[in-house]
Design a binder for this molecule. Sequence first.
Ligand SMILES: [Zn+2]
Length: 489
Amino acid sequence: MIKHIVRQDPKEPKFVQIVSEISTLGSNRTLLQLPAWRPGRYELGNFAKNIKGFKVYDHSEKELNFKKISKDCWEIETNEVAYFYISYYYYAQQPDAGACYVSNEMIYLNPVHCFMYVSGRIEEGHQVKFEVPSDWKIACQLPINGMELSAPNFDALADSPVFVAAQMQHHSFSLNQTNFHFWFVGGEYPVLERLAADTQKYAAWQTNLFGELPCKDFHFMYLLLPTVFRHGVEHMDSTVIAMGPLAELGNEDVYHDFLAISSHELFHLWNVKRIRPVELLPYDFTKENYSRLGYVYEGVTTYYGDLALWLSGVWNWEQYSASLSGDLSKHLNNEGRNFYCVAESSFDTWLDGYVPGVPGRKVSIYTEGLVAALVADVMLIEATNGKKRLHDVMKVLYERTWNQGVGYTQEMYQSILEEIAGISFSSYFSELIEGKGHLENCLLESLFKLGLSAEKQVDVTGIVTYRIVKFMNPTISQAQLFDFWSQSH
Ligand SMILES: [Zn+2]
């Protein structure tokens, strides 16, 4: 068991101080590893750059020798000691949904950034104790005892963001056997009752899709910011969502955007936290974990985040089609779709997945993945005359991965699509997923089958957008397919 203490040091107000007690298990040298990236953002973060003042000492405070053997691995000489301590300052001034932030009023950590494990002992348990004023509150998906968290292994610790704050707004409700919690730091959330009512609707809809909610408690951890901001990160039984500006969170548009990001993150509870590509199971925190399946773990999630809001009745057709039009405009306006396939863009998130990149070079796993998911859904509905759709594929994928303790491959995803649709998906994969420039035609064709079209609009500044509109007189088959697509379940 590694025991960590986290505290604030008035002399270093932008850092948290971390002290860890580690057993040597009789070894002459112990390797300490800090992660190089965090799940949810598939690029190197190199968190070791945020560490200063690294020290190692024994129980009598005698310093021990150490040297770094890679950018984020420390080798400690641990001859003749049973335990040793490390102490360092971690820079915590990044108030987004996936990093760390400290102020006079709060400590917010994503442990994957700032805690180490012993190389070869990733299964060892961790305890984290916060030395903060006794009236502060704490929120985290891990078991909590006072101001202490306990994690059965490093994966669980790394996946568990924590808020520790003087002020924290809390609200909870239950759905089936699961307690949902809202935790707000940074200010008072203005439309709590409305949020709770709408969350119940889309969460019930998503649960119905997968057939179960596989956690006892789920925590929406909201970091409310004074400036314009929108970022969310998924975890096993929680999500952190950073959103602003606080003063506008009650405004209609911002409220619906808040719902959209929350619904997306909740869908990840199943899709990527439990339905995991084989390359990401288990995570290797020391280096790139390449996967070509981002169109499933982000694309299908992006498709269902909004679809759940529409089909659960939180959004009407105008709201859903406006959001979908925005995504399709991103796709149709990106020249990169002719040079790059969505599977490659998934592989290359490790290269430049989270920056605009060279003009016209690449596509997004979110946008292209959403389009691919929509096309697959329409293919399934059409092939089965509305009896099956992508919902059924995701449910079976969940049952055959999470329930069996295995990850999935592209072959497995394809075979489930084919099994449920009763038709071949080989050209879907060769052209849409691994090919270039085909997605646009398939998208327009899928829209046509639903009695929809993407109407081109050019504003006075020359910016081109596309708006999804319904045909005035759809054919019987178009109207029927649209009915199947828009049925709740
Ligand atoms: Zn996502």
